[in-house]
Design a protein around this ligand. Structure first.
Ligand code: NI
Length: 388
């Protein structure tokens, strides 16, 4: 058993204790006051200096025994607006809030990795930068940290998500697209109201809006390459007030998802063109608002190879698993747009111990053995990258 595996065993009780503490005290995105304070305290107990960044973010360095590169390890800390329905001793004490995505596990694992890396600091050159990030769920945290310069002195970055779609003990650190760019669009269709019995006197925004919804569907099926996976979904369509009133306005809201940076940049223009030309043929106009929430989360090839080797060294080749890329989003993508990095999925599912529920479910829970895997993987990846 390697030294890192031994340390992960040694600090496992600490990891569980931390995870349960954070689980009991979930906080909303960008308001992780208590979590941030506790993370800082725990780092200071190790003799590390911790710095607050972007409100509730925390960063710290662990320096090795000589000059070298800097690798960043990132954990997110925020919870969800969700009422927990688990019957556990460490159930959420904050009504309406729950660690329903596993970010409590990420924070605990990175704190545990900090202890491990600190114990091993005589054995590597360079620096490990710990990044405890706020606001992942609303895709504001990583962006704010990047703007505050968190990556200015960093060569590469690694992030972990515990994953309930994967058995505990399995790890996916794969090159290429892992999670999609998430975008929101709002289309206001502007017509001219009138009497429902005399539509020719006005401009029917509802009919124009319905045509916009239908024609937008042709973007993915007719204009975008079938080899460039993408989604366009309209989730809200509001129009009209009364059966005999001609609607002068329609409101549409939807989301796009894609994995390529090129398509992600082209989407707003495509939507604008189809929406305005479609509405125009009905004499209506449109106003488009387009918000890029996350970018494509794409793993660097070489770093993915290092990550796979790290995982295999710790847990054997059989621990490496394939996880198909998902159309969900991750704000870790804002780091990956700046520097090379890698995002790993660490299995947390074990139906013998914990009933399976997907992420964001009120009964979401993990097999805590995943903490051992993620704290070891953080540590091993950092040391392997620095010794490259
Ligand atoms: Ni998450």
């Amino acid at each position: 058993m390697s030294k890192i595996n031994e340390l992960a065993e040694k600090y496992y009780d600490y990891a569980v204790e931390m995870r349960r503490e954070f689980h009991m005290h979930p906080e909303p995105s960008m308001q992780e006051e208590r979590t941030s304070k506790r993370v800082k305290e725990e780092l200071e107990k190790l003799g590390l200096e911790a710095e607050i960044i972007a409100g509730t973010g925390v960063t710290s360095y662990i320096k090795g025994n000589g000059e070298g590169k800097t690798v960043a390890l990132r954990a997110d800390m925020d919870a969800l607006e969700l009422e927990e329905e688990n019957n556990i001793s460490y159930k959420s004490k904050n009504g309406g809030l729950m660690h329903g995505c596993g970010h409590d596990a990420h924070t605990a694992s990175l704190l545990t990795a900090a202890k491990m890396i600190n114990d091993l600091k005589g054995e590597f050159k360079g620096r490990v930068k710990l990044i405890f990030q706020p606001g992942e769920e609303i895709a504001e945290g990583a962006k704010a940290l990047v703007e505050a310069g968190v990556l200015d002195d960093v060569d590469s970055i690694m992030g972990i998500h515990v994953w309930n779609e994967l058995e505990v003990g399995k790890i996916s650190v794969e090159a290429g697209p892992r999670m999609a760019a998430v975008n929101q669009f709002i289309i206001n269709v502007i017509g001219k109201g009138g009497h429902g019995s005399m539509p020719h006197q006005g401009v029917d925004a509802l009919t124009a809006g319905a045509a916009v919804v239908m024609n937008l569907q042709s973007l993915v099926s007719r204009e975008i390459s079938p080899l460039d996976p993408s989604v366009l979904s309209v989730g809200i369509f509001k129009s009209g007030t009364r059966f005999n009133v001609l609607p002068g306005k329609a409101y549409l809201e939807g989301t796009t998802r894609c994995f390529s940076r090129e398509l992600n940049d082209k989407f707003p223009e495509m939507i604008e063109r189809v929406a305005s030309e479609t509405a125009g043929s009905y004499r209506a106009e449109v106003e488009l608002e387009y918000n890029k929430m996350t970018l494509p989360c794409t793993n660097d090839k070489e770093l993915a190879e290092i990550g796979q080797r790290s995982a295999a060294d710790l847990f054997g080749e059989e621990s490496l698993a394939h996880v198909e890329k998902t159309t969900g989003g991750e704000d870790f993508s804002f780091y990956l747009a700046e520097i090379p990095g890698v995002f790993a999925f660490v299995g947390a599912k074990n139906e013998d111990k914990v009933e399976y529920h997907p992420h964001h479910h009120p009964e979401f829970n993990i097999d805590e053995n995943a903490l051992k895997v993620s704290s070891a993987l953080y540590t091993k990846f950092a040391l392997d990258f620095l010794s490259e």
